[in-house]
Design a protein. Structure first.
Length: 313
């Protein structure tokens, strides 16, 4: 799941529920197109290095992003506010993309996603020191149980099916993405969604390209169609994902990334004839169940804050 970054603000429990629903819808749509993009990146990872793929992924999406910007004539809205945070977000984006490409090259899409599922739980935990949000004991327990599900997937106590280098790369991608997603809440106060996506793709693409110069390989003619697909799905996914975190707190929209595992299982089975192991399914279910607990508890507190006179659910 190649995505983006952050600093944090308290959950605005007074936000209209309509905005939260729109944020959830944007998250689900973004996750769907990103799963398509990630499968294309996995295909390219057999021939190109992680930094080159990061560059091609971002710049191809950036070029497609220019079309709606030029069509609507919204160049003035692209002016970056808080450039330091944009740069920090770009650094996190490079770490996330490189880690993800390394992981997905060695693992199935479902395995990589199952480890990446810990991101929403990390977002909730990190929202405390970064955004000053309040996390209940129930949610802390769900986070701990969810992370134990990651251990079930990794099986460090035996001969696990996931090599350490792939697990470490997935962990790097997960941490960078969690921090990246939280920065959107801060950038969203003074930057438009289009501006955040525009500068994220441009900065990450340009920086990754410079870092990849020494190991750059000519793009094969047969791979251009996959790059076009990455560009289209990446641009759409980036806009929807940024919109999701801009409209609602990470603790609300983050857990809906779990829908990605369904697409990953389907893609692995259709294109790579790969079926998930019992430990993978069991661990993913534990992480997903923990995420659902986080969602329910956050909504309970939000409803209670809006209607303090109503009895607790």
């Amino acid at each position: 799941m190649s995505r983006q970054p952050l600093t944090i603000a308290p959950i605005a429990v007074h936000e209209p529920s309509r905005e939260r629903l729109r944020g959830i819808a944007s998250m689900v749509a973004g996750v769907f197109v990103f799963s398509i993009m990630d499968s294309l990146m996995k295909r390219l990872s057999a021939h190109y290095g992680p930094l080159q793929i990061s560059c091609l992924r971002c710049l191809s999406s950036w070029l497609f992003l220019l079309l709606p910007i030029g069509w609507h004539g919204i160049w003035a809205t692209l002016r970056p506010r808080n450039p330091q945070l944009h740069m920090f977000r770009a650094v996190l984006g490079i770490g996330m993309l490189v880690g993800f490409v390394i992981a997905v090259h060695r693992l199935s899409l479902a395995q990589t996603y199952s480890l990446f599922l810990a991101a929403p739980l990390l977002m909730t935990a990190l929202s405390v020191p970064l955004h000053g949000e309040t996390v209940t004991g129930k949610r802390w327990a769900a986070i701990i149980v969810g992370l134990s599900g990651v251990l079930v997937i990794l099986q460090p106590w035996g001969k696990g099916e996931i090599p350490m280098i792939a697990a470490s790369a997935a962990a790097l991608a997960t941490v960078c993405y969690s921090l990246s997603a939280l920065t959107v809440r801060s950038l969203g106060r003074s930057n438009s969604s289009m501006s955040m996506v525009f500068w994220y793709l441009l900065l990450v693409g340009a920086a990754s390209g410079l870092l990849a110069i020494g190991d750059w390989r000519p793009v094969l003619g047969s791979d251009w169609v996959w790059l076009i697909g990455i560009g289209i799905t990446g641009a759409l996914g980036q806009m929807w994902l940024t919109d999701a975190f801009r409209r609602a707190p990470p603790s609300v929209v983050g857990p809906f990334e779990y829908t990605a595992i369904l697409w990953a299982f389907a893609i692995d089975w259709i294109f790579w004839s790969a079926t998930p192991s019992f430990s993978l399914v069991a661990g993913a279910c534990i992480v997903i169940a923990s995420g659902i607990v986080v969602i329910v508890d956050e909504r309970r507190l939000a409803d209670l804050a809006l209607n303090p006179s109503s009895p607790p659910p």
